[in-house]
Structures are given as structure tokens and as C-alpha cells.
Design a protein around this ligand. Sequence first.
Ligand code: UDP
Length: 328
Amino acid sequence: MILVTGGAGYVGSHTVMALLKQGEDVIVFDSLELGHIEIIETLKQYGNLKFVKGNLKNIDDIRGVFMLNKNIDSVIHFAAYSQVAESMINPQKYYYNNVYGTLNLLNAMLEFNVKKIVFSSTAATYGEPVYTPIDEKHQQIPINPYGNTKLFVEKIMDDYDKAYGLKSVRLRYFNVAGADSGAKIGEWHNPETHLIPNILKASAEKSFKMFGTDYNTSDGTCIRDYINVEDLADAHLKALEYLNNGGETNYFNIGTKDGNSVKQVFTACENIKGTAIPVELCPRRSGDPAILVADNEKAKKILNWTPKNSLEYSVETAYKWEKALSLK
Ligand code: UDP
């Protein structure tokens, strides 16, 4: 059985769906502070899924899960806060949840002798890019508390491997996009800060705010690497397979190696919607580097993983999901 923390959230839920479709038994542990019970109900249709509501900040919540489910053999850990701007205003919230909460999880794992974990890390651990595309050897100097919390956990995992033999794979995500092909689950944040849902949600009353059109890029807007959420979910399955085959502790970028500008994404959204989307050109958002693109060769070679879905497909599924969400 695979324990998935944060399985009611965006990337977590798509990974749970992929695991269930592969016939795995899954137990989701989620506080439901940001995750949604409706997503869990939907996921239950895909296979053997148990749900436990709990918070990693309470060690007894997570110890109880291992105590009652002795057949858990590996963990995929998503549960975390992930908003950069909020982490700068309220770092305490981020360190307490993302670092202390993870320590509780790791300590419970050791207590119950579970020694394989796949962890959702982030491109934010690299900080300001020194070169592009960014490979895994790039320096890791985060520029915000969110990135720090993820980097600290990566370091803790290295030390826990050396001392206790706990094996980890850290997946450093770039920009996640899209929804599952049936649009049964998708991105559901409140408030929403991400580019694609914000473009798709724009209306005559509330236009889309394009942050920064004076960057040193081909069209003046920021360039990002948009990785489809089902491709990202597949990377977690491959990472688990790697650990199950005796793979050593490791870390991988998960991206497409292709950059798209904010204007290109905006055009893709207009094309899928088939209508003009109201836009307001705004100043730069603080902390946004001009270009963030992943070198994904290491994951391709070692995990045998390749991204398959295009940006257009991500936008198409995100749009279907937005329509479904507006009816919820
Ligand atoms: N962005 C934007 N308007 C929005 C949200 C995002 O122009 O409402 C831009 C943002 O400035 C960045 C890119 O879209 O250049 C991707 O931002 P997002 O928040 O989706 O992901 P991030 O790169 O911050 O992880």
C-alpha cells in the first residue's frame, strides 16, 4: 500500500488517480485545509482508496496511519503550502508546516520501518537562474522561504539516508499545467494565483492581469516550462518504480525543456476558448525571474520518463476542468 500525503490537492490527486489506474492500493492523508473532499470522492471511483483526515503537524495523526496500516511500504509526500508570496509574508507558517510537518512524517516512517519516499520539490530551490536550461547541478540558492523549506527537506532527506538508510527521490517541478484527460479532477486553489487558470477565469468584469511586459525575452513576457499534470503524475510512478528496484537516493527536474512566454500561453488559451480574453498589462510581479526552463535529460535517462502532452493539451484539459468547476 502507498501512502500519499496531500492526495486531495492538485498534483497529489492526479498522482493518486494514476496509481489507482495502475491497480495500486492507496491511502491518502490530507488535512483538507487546501485539498477537497469532493476530489477524494471522485478518486474513489478509480480503485482501492482509503482516506484519513489529519495534519502532519500532529505526529500522532500520522503515527496512527502507520499503526493501523502495517502494509504501507512507501510514501509520496505532497502535503505542503506552496505560495511564494505568502511564504514571504508568513514564513513561520511555511517552516512549521513544510519542514516540521515533514520531520514528523519522516520520523513516523522510521518508527514503522518504511524507507522509501518520493517528495515534491520545486524549481524554486534553484533561486535566480545562472544559466538556462537549468540542470540538477545548478546551484541551489532559494530566494524565498517557500524554496528554502523545500531545500531544507531535500537536505534532511540526504542526512536521513546516510544515517538511517531512508531512500528518497526528490522531483523538482517546474510549472504544472492542465487537468486529467476526463476533466474529473483539476487545479482548485482558492485564491488562484497561477497563470493558466487565471487566464481562463478572466471575464469582462475581471480581466486577466499580465504581470510584466518589459522582460529581456523575445516578446517581453516571462518564459516558463509548463509540465502537464498527468506527465508529472507519471514521473512519480516512475520514481517509485526506481526506488522499488533498489534505486539510490536521487533528485530530478521534471519539466519539458521547452519554454513558453506568458503571451504564448495567453494566445493558446484564447485559441482553446475561441474568444478574445480581456487583458490588463500590469507591472512585474516581484520575485519572478525572466526565464525558468528545465533540463530534463536526467529524468529521461534514469527514470525512463518522457513528457508526452503539449501545452495546448494542458490548456484544453484545464479549460474543460474550469467549466466543470464553475458548476460545483
Ligand atoms: N502570471 C501573470 N498573471 C497571473 C498569474 C501569473 O502574468 O495572474 C505570470 C507570472 O508573472 C509568471 C508566469 O505567469 O511570469 C507564471 O506564473 P505562475 O504563478 O503560474 O507560476 P510561477 O512561475 O510563479 O511558479
